[in-house]
Design a protein around this ligand. Sequence first.
Ligand SMILES: Nc1ncnc2c1ncn2[C@@H]1O[C@H](COP(=O)(O)OP(=O)(O)OP(=O)(O)O)[C@@H](O)[C@H]1O
Ligand code: SF4
Ligand SMILES: [Mg+2]
Length: 325
Amino acid sequence: MYNNCVKTLEINGLNLSFKLETGIYPTLFDVSLSLKKGEIHALVGESGCGKTMTAMSIIRLLPKNAVITSGSIIYNNTNLLTASENEIRNLRGREISLIPQDPMTSLNPLYTIENQLLEVINKDKTLSKKDAKRKAKDVLEMVKIPNAQDKLDSYPHELSGGMKQRVIIAMALASNSKIIIADEPTTALDVTIQAQIMKILNDIKNEFGTSILLISHDLGLVGEYADEISVMYSGHIVENSSKTEFFTNIKHPYSKALMESLPANNTGSLLKTISGQPPNIQEKIEGCRFSPRCEIYDKTICNNCPKLIDIGNNHKVACCRTNNN
Ligand SMILES: Nc1ncnc2c1ncn2[C@@H]1O[C@H](COP(=O)(O)OP(=O)(O)OP(=O)(O)O)[C@@H](O)[C@H]1O
Ligand code: SF4
Ligand SMILES: [Mg+2]
């Protein structure tokens, strides 16, 4: 049983812009989010809303033209945004692991699975060669890879997408990571495999108290496994609460629209879709960035960019009409 009030990681007021030939474009606006010990925190929103840039800011693997203009990311009393490159390199893949959407970007096609696991395991200099090899097999078994001993000799191309994703999760286990950032870890996989991978992540959380930042555009999928949910729209966190509070007292019009577009909430054959498209970073919008798509937009009330406000029960919402809906 883990004390899930202990914050493992805290993002405070993160602002990020992109430099393009035509100018500098703010992309993340005052993003704040905390990841508690032994918790799955889901970050949900449509494509382009800034989920990956938020995640990559944590491990400082951002595109060259990205500039963090303000904010802090605190882990173990250290601000990761100002830590030295060396410090960050030591955390990456050890204490903080990334599970990307496409597992091939993390696995080296030239090395066997065992070699890649041993590279991580051997960072612990206290293990004998025999113990390190045993640990490699153990972590593959923990992520339910059948015939783990045989799979150690395989190369990544010999494994299916789901198996490769398990190997990457095994690497996070091998390094005893405190935090796993799972960026759309199941998008490329079929539905049955998706559920298996989600269950493995959930088991890891329960067994080791690992904190998991689970990024997804699929509220239905993460809804099942998350402890806490943050909804992101156009670079802003627009709603944040525990999962229970979220599903019983959903407030933001965008979160509601996401919810209504879930297949389970539709009785007819046509899914309700959210009208319009999210804005791109170069689009200037006065006031609330969701206003062009919002069904309850009111020009007399929605004229400021709404701040994320605690409405009680640790439930935060960024909407000028929170009291009216
Ligand atoms: N190198 C770049 N230069 C300019 N804009 C960029 C760059 N990389 C990302 N962006 C923009 O930043 C915004 C946030 O991107 P991000 O990748 O974080 O979105 P996302 O929520 O992860 O989307 P997806 O669900 O498609 O992965 C998007 O509008 C994207 O177009
Ligand atoms: S502030 Fe206004 S436009 Fe924005 S989400 Fe709330 S009601 Fe809609
Ligand atoms: Mg992304």
